[in-house]
Write a protein that binds this ligand. Structure first.
Ligand code: KIV
Ligand code: ZN
Length: 515
């Protein structure tokens, strides 16, 4: 049987970034977009260009860097948003504009303060305008999951007539349950007269933990695009997890009437990349990408798997990209070996200078750590890119003292706007003392929301990867740092977060803003 293709639309860079604290820099977004392209994701939603200059530039950079996947930008149903999105995508390969307006009674009355007629008119106008920039236009009736079905049918018919090739049905607040949501998709496809002229897509949030189940129920009922994110990142409880949607459709071909074009071996590396850039750790029991997803603890299970792996495994770990840590490089590896391994990992440098700098870091790491694994290389590149942003504050030196019965003490040297400054403090532990010493210099007034350490590989000489989340005046940022010494990794992460908070940002939230 010839099956349909299920289009995988990844919104890690847009909805994923709406998770508090998950904001990513332009270069980080390009790295993730390249990883998604390597995974053969069909559509990458790169951001919301009208939100800020930074968002505009990120979408522009992703659109220029990606050739194989379609690059999409989100726009409210506003002329200025659509024009800005068209501008950000200009000159790129395959592009899509995704425009939306809310259709539920509560959103129309309370948020938009618009009548249903005005909403239809605005939606049609937005789609027509978007078509002037690209032939590939997607329309979403925001909060479709709580919209009246008759009105939804009216809006969808109108936007398909106006030129929307994809109509996306978002369960914006994660309110739906699988049978009902599947039924909604079936009903819309049956009742909208021109439904055959558009692809039906779904975009489910995970407030009740049902985002993947709802998305899959929709697929069984005719949806042919699923919007999802790596590790299920996204606004509030997140979006449907890409890895779970893809692996369910692939594993249960007896149930699903469609196939996916994803290179599933890229799932775990991409998941790790997103986790390390955003600082959102992956829970060990997370399906597909959690550290325990393929680990068999009980003796009975281990015995069964050794005799025949199918006894307890429905997927092969290597099919989703789990592989034993591979020693790739060491102290004696040369520049070419370093460059070509990074190229195999999809990491390219903009200039020889950047490559040289990364190579110098690699050599310094190889002096401290015998075996350098792929994960170490990823962390090294993350660090190089975060330091590039560390324009105002730089960590020059750190000395800590910890002794039984004594209060831990830290002395730190920073440069702030190029001027060297020193600070000293005591704390409950050396990390606490280091952060206080840094604060004594900067006086940022931020609040520490999260401090977490993960070992990048195993062994006591492994690099620790630290995430620090800081909050100030409602704004939340993440900082990362990696080092074989976790106190230094912690100070690097703190400084990285401070640099982000010291950079002013004026950024609109796409769904909070009125039309
Ligand atoms: O959740 C939502 O409704 C959205 C839309 C902008 C598609 O993210
Ligand atoms: Zn969403």
């Amino acid at each position: 049987m010839n099956k349909d293709k299920l289009i995988i639309f990844d919104t890690t860079l847009r909805d994923g970034e709406q998770s508090p604290g998950a904001s990513m820099t332009r270069d980080e977004k390009v790295r993730i977009a390249k990883a998604l392209e390597r995974m053969r994701v069909d559509v990458i939603e790169a951001g919301f260009p009208a939100a800020s200059v930074g968002d505009f530039e990120s979408v522009q950079a992703v659109a220029q860097a990606v050739q194989e996947s379609t690059v999409c930008g989100l726009a409210r149903a506003l002329d200025a948003d659509i024009e800005r999105t068209g501008e950000a995508l200009k000159g790129a390969g395959r592009t899509r504009i995704h425009t939306f307006i809310a259709t539920s009674p509560i959103h129309m009355q309370k948020k938009l303060r618009m009548t249903p007629d005005q909403v239809v008119e605005r939606a049609v106008h937005a789609v027509r305008l978007a078509r002037q920039f690209t032939d590939d236009v997607e329309f979403s009736p925001e909060d479709a999951g709580r919209s009246e079905v008759d009105f939804l049918c009216r809006v969808l018919e109108a936007v398909i007539d106006a030129g929307a090739g994809t109509v996306n049905i978002p369960d914006t607040v994660g309110y739906n349950v699988p049978e009902q949501f599947g039924g909604l998709i079936r009903m819309l496809r049956e009742r909208v007269p021109n439904a055959d002229k558009a692809i039906f897509s779904v975009h489910c949030h995970n407030d009740l933990g049902l985002a993947v189940a709802n998305s899959l129920a929709a697929v069984v009922n005719g949806a042919r695009q699923v919007e999802c994110t790596i590790n299920g990142l996204g606004e509030r409880a997140g979006n449907a997890a890409l890895e779970e949607v893809v692996m369910t459709v692939r594993t249960r071909q007896d149930v699903f009437p469609c196939t996916v074009g994803i290179d599933t071996t890229q799932i775990v590396p991409t998941s790790r990349l997103v986790s390390s850039i955003t600082g959102f750790a992956i829970q060990p029991n997370k399906a597909i990408v959690g550290a325990n997803a393929f680990a068999h603890e009980s003796g009975i299970h281990q015995d069964g798997v050794l005799k025949s792996r199918e006894t307890y495994e429905i997927m092969r770990a290597e099919d989703v990209g789990w592989s034993a840590n591979r020693m790739v490089l060491g102290k004696h590896s040369g520049r070419n070996a370093f460059r070509s391994r990074l190229q195999e990992l999809g990491i390219e440098f903009g200039s020889e200078e950047e490559l040289n700098e990364a190579f110098a870091r690699f050599k310094a790491l190889a002096d401290k750590k015998h075996e350098i694994f792929d994960e170490d290389l990823q962390a090294l590149v993350t660090e190089a890119s975060t330091e590039a942003e560390n324009e105002r504050v730089k960590l020059v030196g750190l000395k800590v003292c910890s002794e039984t019965g004594e209060t831990p003490d830290a002395s730190v040297t920073l440069t702030v706007d190029g001027v060297e400054q020193q600070g000293r403090a005591q704390g409950g532990g050396v990390v606490d003392a280091s952060f206080k010493a840094i604060e004594n210099i900067i006086g940022s007034g931020t609040e520490l929301q999260l401090y977490s350490v993960n070992n990048i590989t195993s062994g006591t000489d492994a690099q620790g990867e630290v995430t620090v989340r800081l909050e100030k005046g409602g704004r939340i940022v993440n900082g990362q740092g990696a080092d074989t010494d976790i106190v230094i990794a912690s100070a690097k992460a703190y400084v990285n977060a401070l640099n982000k908070i010291l950079t002013p940002q004026d950024r609109a939230h796409p769904q909070a803003a009125d039309v």
